[in-house]
Design a protein around this ligand. Sequence first.
Ligand code: URA
Length: 245
Amino acid sequence: SCVAPARVPRLAVPVRASAEPAAPKPKPKAPQQMLVYSPPHPLIKHWLAILRSNFTPPPMFRSACAELGRLLIYEAMREFQPTMEQQVETPLGAIADATICDPDQPIKVIPILRAGLVLLEQAQQVLPFHQTYHVGYVRDPATLQATAYLNKLPAKLAPTDLFLITDPMLATGGTIVIEDIVARGGRAENIRVVAVVVAPPALKKLADKFPGLKIYTAMIDEQVDERGYIVPGLGDAGDRAYGTP
Ligand code: URA
């Protein structure tokens, strides 16, 4: 789904611009090192345990993944979601200062099929203004190299565009989609990745190539096996979410 910012209604109550424009926020300096953030939160730990369990059936797997994704998306948007200052009139006739998400800067959400779709649904609920670009990759079981079978990214992206990639498992790569975004004009420091579990090989690759990137995850696991599965991990996230035998 695609939300065109120009057609999105403003707040239902009359909104007046502040008399004085807010002072521009100082731009944070581009970080020099990739950041991997794993919020120390009991609910995140709980839903991760449900996802890991071999006895969790697909409907419960999907809802646990969704809950966990929602919490991580909140964290990922903390310093990322552009806002604007306005004033709103309340039912008491009072004027309150209000901070709202900027409709002119929708977050471009990029779900990696299939399992990224579970997290996409949460992103669509959480983000007031967003656009969605599906991408799908298939991995060669022998070489573990991924190639795209679906890519809905626009041919041209702007350096100011803001991206949220949702991919539950960052095992060996995750690099392709980021390379693609950068090749089309986007900037790595404007990308946030939400992943349930990540593994060192992917982190190493991404840190080397994209120092400005920020990754939000429930857990950094220890290793990746010869088939490309994260260990201890949670299995094939797409198969488990959708009950693929
Ligand atoms: N993708 C998955 O679904 N699981 C893994 O362990 C690694 C990649």
